[in-house]
Design a protein around this ligand. Structure first.
Ligand SMILES: Cc1cc2nc3c(=O)[nH]c(=O)nc-3n(C[C@H](O)[C@H](O)[C@H](O)COP(=O)(O)O)c2cc1C
Length: 205
């Protein structure tokens, strides 16, 4: 991550470190969009060591049974800079396949330029439609408690915008955005921005 700590870099570390579920960040400004950060939960989930993860494109999770059309959905999200969620067949380091409910979302910098992609992975139980459906229903339920303004802010956070840009787009002060964001986070019971982004994408907003 380098030695200088810009506000953007700080958020990136925070995104993965504060996430209780597996999370990664990639740098689309580097050739082949390599991963530049991952958390312990991602190491635990995949079985790869950090040294085998950083510097590589996340396609190493794909394998023979990975659905090409789902990979295409992620590819399209990356290309269009839009958040996506798919439940795709992936493989751990030891070759064990698992159903991965992965969210991939863009993160823009303070100037509105694409800076990073955030990825968050949850292993689903292959036999049932349960876990993902439950997560979707739960996310939708939680979002119902938000005011129109909070929902608007959440939607913009999930699309990768920073407080500064959200403030500009909505014609409000950054302080007001921070307030709405804080209340939304509390109502959603989210511990981190990573969780908030994931919830928003799960709820399909
Ligand atoms: C931040 C981020 C996280 C990703 N996470 C996954 C993942 O968990 N599983 C997966 O199959 N692809 C994931 N991808 C997509 C792959 O990196 C890659 O784009 C995809 O497999 C297409 O590969 P291709 O470029 O060889 O066509 C992720 C991409 C990004 C940018």
């Amino acid at each position: 991550m380098g030695t200088t700590t810009t506000s953007t870099e700080y958020s990136v570390r925070e995104l993965v470190d504060c996430s209780p579920v597996a999370a990664v960040v990639s740098d689309p400004r580097k050739p082949d969009n390599p991963l530049i950060a991952c958390n312990h939960a991602f190491v635990e989930l995949t079985g790869y060591g950090e040294d085998e993860i950083l510097g590589r494109n996340c396609r190493f999770l794909a394998g023979p049974g990975t659905e090409p059309w789902l990979t295409e959905t992620i590819r399209k999200g990356v290309r269009d800079r839009k958040p996506v969620m798919v439940e795709i067949l992936n493989y751990k380091k030891d070759g064990t396949p698992f159903r991965n409910a992965v969210v991939v979302a863009p993160i823009f910098d303070d100037d509105g330029e694409l800076a990073y992609f955030f990825g968050s992975q949850i292993e689903l139980c292959e036999d049932s439609q349960g876990p993902s459906l439950t997560r979707r229903v739960r996310a939708t339920e939680k979002i119902k408690d938000l005011s129109k303004r909070q929902l608007e802010v959440l939607r913009m956070v999930a699309s990768g915008l920073r407080n500064k840009q959200i403030a500009w787009e909505l014609g409000l002060s950054e302080k007001t955005i921070k307030m709405h964001r804080g209340i939304a986070m509390e109502k959603l019971g989210a511990q981190s921005s990573a969780e908030m982004i994931r919830l928003a994408v799960e709820a399909g907003i």
